[in-house]
Write a protein that binds this ligand. Structure first.
Ligand SMILES: [Zn+2]
Length: 380
């Protein structure tokens, strides 16, 4: 089936893995995606085995590190260098229609996302430069709240989304870029849905009803995706899949589910395992439970896949990008029709993305660029 319908994955952190790799240190050629990176989870041979047809690569930047605007640009550049280094494997994709073009050329459509609005440094101009550089999706924040949008895993500061946050969403709509509400607080998701004129996505997020990590999506937001036209993209992060693991981890996490900064996280984990027994493992089957629930609640037209492979632990059965077909095999066992699976694989996302492109064209005809900085948008 995945040979007929391209599989689009909404989130992969390979660009950050290449940046922090001790040997490659951001050098795409030195990292060498042509060979199997068995310690990692993503490389070209296994993307091919996994029948991945389109990939959103995250240009991630940590919230509290220095130079966020520069880091965002460096990570966008790294993804573009990946596209240039492997032209036989990756087709630089900037529109929904590029996925079919990539398929015809037997390539993987390569999309750029920015993960973390911190890279805007509270100004609107960078959005247009990101777009010019090829970015088509922006995850509003990461694990920490910003001056204008609240994170799911931090204390709220912006009442969900304040006036400047609404200006960011409005400009993303005008630019035809996808607004991503993975990582934002539940209230921020609701505020974005109130104001966005185009479909939104939650690019790597599961069902809060099955695993109550704040990174997951509550039922009322899932139901609102029908009117909005957007989608939630099921993610493989073990702590967002398994309630058992979430409860086990909660012993050492803050009220927002975030791990404290400790000198040696591995030693801290070993200590917790010595005290409470081994950490429960999340599984592919439990992820399928989330997908069934997301489809029941948001509707079959509003669910996709956003793995979030990031070079770390993954569920049993989904250890690397070569494993996507096993997830679809499990969904076939759950009774999904071929038409339903095609929607999950990419049809839903591409429909939403085409709508985002059309809204952008309309809004650009109606109004000029939004200018200024956060100081120009006072108020809640
Ligand atoms: Zn993320």
């Amino acid at each position: 089936m995945l040979e007929r319908v391209p599989l689009l994955d909404g989130h992969n952190d390979l660009a950050w893995v290449i940046r922090i790799d001790a040997e490659a240190r951001g050098d795409v050629g030195a990292y060498d995606l042509r060979r199997r990176r068995l310690k990692g989870d993503t490389d070209i041979p296994r993307l091919r085995e996994g029948l991945v047809g389109a990939q959103f690569w995250a240009a991630f930047q940590p919230t509290n590190a220095p130079h966020p605007a520069r880091t965002a640009l460096e990570q966008i550049d790294l993804i573009r260098r990946m596209e240039e280094a492997y032209p036989d494997a990756f087709l630089p994709a900037r529109r929904a229609g590029d996925v079919a073009r990539a398929r015809r050329a037997n390539k993987i459509a390569s999309f750029i996302a920015v993960e973390g609005g911190v890279g805007l440094e509270n100004a609107l101009g960078p959005l247009r430069i990101w777009r010019a550089a090829g970015v088509r999706l922006v995850t509003l924040c990461h694990n920490e709240s910003l001056d204008w949008v609240d994170s799911a895993t931090d204390a709220p500061r912006a009442g969900g989304l304040n006036a400047f946050g609404r200006a960011v969403v409005g400009e993303l709509n005008r630019l035809g870029m996808i607004v991503d509400c993975a990582h934002v607080s539940h209230d921020a998701m609701r505020r974005v849905l109130d104001v966005s004129q185009a479909p939104i996505v939650l690019s790597h997020s599961n069902a809060f009803a099955l695993c109550d990590h704040p990174r997951n999506t509550p039922d009322d937001v899932l139901r609102r995706l029908k009117d909005n036209g957007g989608l939630v993209m099921a993610t493989f992060v073990p702590g967002f899949i398994s309630q058992k693991l979430r409860d086990w981890l909660a012993r050492s996490r803050d009220r927002y589910g975030k791990a404290p900064l400790v000198a040696d996280p591995k030693a801290a984990l070993a200590e917790q395992e010595a005290q409470y027994g081994p950490a429960p493992r999340a599984t592919l089957e439990e992820l399928a439970d989330h997908i069934v629930y997301l489809v029941e609640t948001a509707g079959i037209d509003h669910v996709g896949i956003g793995s979030d492979f990031f070079g770390g632990a993954q569920p049993v059965g989904l250890e690397h990008v070569g494993r996507f077909p096993h997830l679809f095999a499990e969904l076939i066992r759950r009774g999904f029709s071929e038409g339903a699976l095609a929607k999950l694989a990419s049809r839903n996302f591409l429909r939403a993305m085409r709508q985002v492109e059309q809204v952008g064209e309309r809004l650009r005809a109606e109004r000029g660029p939004a200018l200024g900085q956060i100081e120009d948008y006072p108020g809640p």
